[in-house]
Design a binder for this molecule. Sequence first.
Ligand code: ATP
Ligand code: MG
Length: 321
Amino acid sequence: MIRLSAITPSGPAQLGNYLGAIRQWAAEGTDQDVYFISDLHAMTTSHNPARLRSLAREQLAVLIAAGVDPRSVAVQSDLVRELGALTWVLECTCTYGEAARMIQFKEKSAGQSSVRLSLLTYPVLMAADILLQGAHEVPVGDDQAQHVELARVLARRFNGTYGEVFVMPKSVVPPTAARVRDLADPSRKMAKSAKDAAGTVFVLDPPDLVRRKIKRAVTDDLGVVRYAPDAQPGVANLLEILAACTAKDPKELASTLSGYAELKEATAEAVVEELRGVRERTQALLDDPAELDRVRAHGAERARERCSHRLDAALRMSGLG
Ligand code: ATP
Ligand code: MG
């Protein structure tokens, strides 16, 4: 059983990525799974080439440092030739209407004066990621479920038209993990590409910066530590972060804390402790480029081996070569 997940280097990995995804990948993933650093997806909106390259490298280091099986990690662009080839064939399997109805495309393109064509076609690239690796399951949130559905439609259509090549993937709800909200605006989730990073804790932030950001977190003026996500979203977010870092229950934690200062103090120390190991190991990997290159090449080779026969079959059966 192959499970495929991805993280986009649209910004540096943040606490939500770590508690909500990367930590789970390290604990539960097997060497059969695929974890992509999806740098091709990060090019669908305005990007800086040098920054993209360094963020992809940094995220690779973070995943390895966090304990994700290095054999299961690959940088998407290391397979750009394979993925580009299959994306073309799948674009010739997909209709314009199917791509244009993607909710994410509508949301991300709304009000923009100029939209990259790749923003429209990227769900087809995502289908290529999934189908080329032969993934059975794709754990995704609501925002990505429609894209996995498109991958299913394209797999079914290709198999029906040209012959059985692709495994039918399905989206699965990821195991319930922490949902971390922005510290400065708890009405939205923490995200690495947020325009204002004041409420975002990055995995590689030095401890003092983590403490400062958490100290400045928005709470409310009720002054009681209770776990009430609707009435007290800022306090509930801190309790959830603290709970995720200490493997405790947010409600129980609330009853042991007497005020917001104490809550913030405890949360800051727990986050610093939780991130310490991964931050130090990431730094060590970034300081040893040869080792990181070796891990990267190995992961890419493995992902390529897994897909080459399927790509050959798809090209041949659709009339190429
Ligand atoms: P972007 O702003 O580019 O969308 P992101 O921080 O949302 O960045 P993604 O690359 O979209 O990150 O997602 C990578 C993984 O991290 C996914 O599994 C996603 O569900 C998880 N994730 C992202 N943000 C959070 C969060 N705030 N809390 C928990 N999990 C999160
Ligand atoms: Mg996201």
